[in-house]
Design a protein around this ligand. Structure first.
Ligand code: GLU
Length: 413
């Protein structure tokens, strides 16, 4: 059974509920729901042994009413057109919610990058970027990292684009610092998640410095979220990655956990905590449960096990719509992905601005601007949530859709 939550039907349902909330016109609704453009490409790869393997790649441009399409590119074996479509739409709402001048897009290749050598990964990345070249551009569509893609892959993308079109650092964000990446970009999604968790704690009357936190996923987002929440005084009592989970009721020594993880690319064997299954981890009693890996991990089969006060969606689409409804009924708050993890694309925007101006901001400047954006988005969402007595997800969608609809109306067709 596929528990894939990131499908266009599910995201359309959420869109429609929020559109009802703000009384959005039917014609505008139909136009905003449909992706503007979809590109599907075949990406042949010359393997190290000389054989050729073919992969499927995608770039979906959902909406650009507020600015160029913006969003990551993921490499994962479960990527398909429907998922990329749903994720592209989420980007439109995310960029609108934090009020940065972008639309939304997403891309991906259906591949397990762990099965490729570094050279194969480079050839595949370059070939893919060449295939989507006709529709991307500095003021058209600006890709970035997502699941299983990173600064190195962005460097290859930028280099490939530069060979065809001239040196254009702003064509992708999330680049290495040496190539025009922004200070603070790598940590931005985790930093933003921690800021939103802190704001949620205040809003829901929870004491962050006495809170217990469970983080599922310890990649870029999960590990930086742990770092910043630990610094804010929270106790991180459980973490997990693809190799399994660890439970430490007294709280992990987070700096050494992060150090171990960055050397070994896993938390397994770090010498802290005891092993715990993923099912048990999700059911641990805690204040904040933070899914920070893939979509669909909280679903109708395990939602009743949850024992947290707030779910903070650091991943894109970690709670299925059915589970979301259940959580609302059970009064477990869900802080939605388009708010929680918007720190990444926000600092992507700062990176792009720095590239356009050909200068570099201090990290403190980046972090201050990020803090402002996240706090003001949280405020807008929480005010609407109280006014409309709705879920935080619906309030976030409503703020975002309203902003896109206004731009759409002003531009005309
Ligand atoms: N992939 C990230 C996201 O889902 C970042 C996108 C970007 O920086 O453009 O928000």
């Amino acid at each position: 059974m596929s528990l894939k939550v990131n499908n266009k039907k599910a995201s359309d349902d959420q869109f429609n509920q929020a559109a009802d909330l703000i009384g959005l016109d039917e014609e505008v609704r139909l136009s905003l729901i449909a992706p503007d453009r979809e590109l599907m490409v075949e990406v042949p790869l010359r393997k190290d042994d000389g054989s050729i393997q073919s992969f499927r790649g995608y770039r979906v441009q959902h909406n650009n009413s507020r600015g160029p399409f913006k969003g990551g590119i993921r490499f994962h074996e479960e990527v398909d057109l429907d998922e990329v479509r749903a994720l592209a739409a989420l980007m439109t709402w995310k960029t609108a919610l934090v009020d940065i001048p972008y639309g939304g897009g997403k891309g991906g290749i259906t591949v397990n990058p762990n099965n490729l050598s570094v050279l194969e990964l480079e050839r595949l990345s370059r070939r893919f970027f060449r295939s989507i070249d006709p529709i991307i551009g500095l003021n058209r569509d600006i890709p970035a990292p997502d699941v299983n893609t990173n600064a190195q892959i962005m460097a290859w993308f930028m280099d490939e684009y530069g060979m065809m079109n001239g040196h254009t650092p702003g064509i992708v964000t999330g680049k290495p610092i040496e190539l025009g990446g922004s200070l603070g970009r790598e940590a931005a999604t985790g930093r933003g998640t921690a800021i939103i968790t802190r704001e949620s704690a205040n809003f829901f009357n929870l004491d962050l410095s006495r809170s217990n936190v469970v983080i599922q996923g310890f990649g870029n987002v999960g590990s930086y979220t742990a770092k910043f929440l630990d610094e804010m005084g929270s106790k991180i009592i459980a973490v997990s990655d693809v190799n399994g989970g660890l439970y430490e009721p007294d709280g992990f020594d987070v700096p050494s956990l992060i150090e171990f993880n960055s050397k070994n690319r896993t938390v397994k064997g770090c010498g802290q905590g005891s092993a715990i299954s993923n099912e048990k981890l999700i059911g641990l009693e805690c204040d904040f449960l933070i899914p920070a890996a893939l979509g669909g991990v909280i679903h109708k089969m395990n939602v009743d096990e949850l024992n947290c006060k707030v779910v903070v969606e650091a991943a894109n689409g970690p709670v299925t719509p059915t589970a979301d409804k259940k959580l609302f009924e059970k009064n477990i708050h869900v802080v939605p992905d388009i708010l929680t993890n918007a720190g990444g694309v926000t600092v992507s925007y700062f990176e792009w601005v720095q590239n356009l101006q050909q200068l570099q901001w201090d990290e403190s400047e980046v972090n201050e601007k990020l803090e402002k954006k996240m706090v003001s988005a949280f405020e807008e969402v929480s005010i609407l949530m109280e006014q409309r007595k709705t879920s935080m997800r619906m309030a976030a969608f409503a703020v975002a859709i309203d902003r896109v609809a206004q731009a759409y109306a002003l531009r005309g067709i």
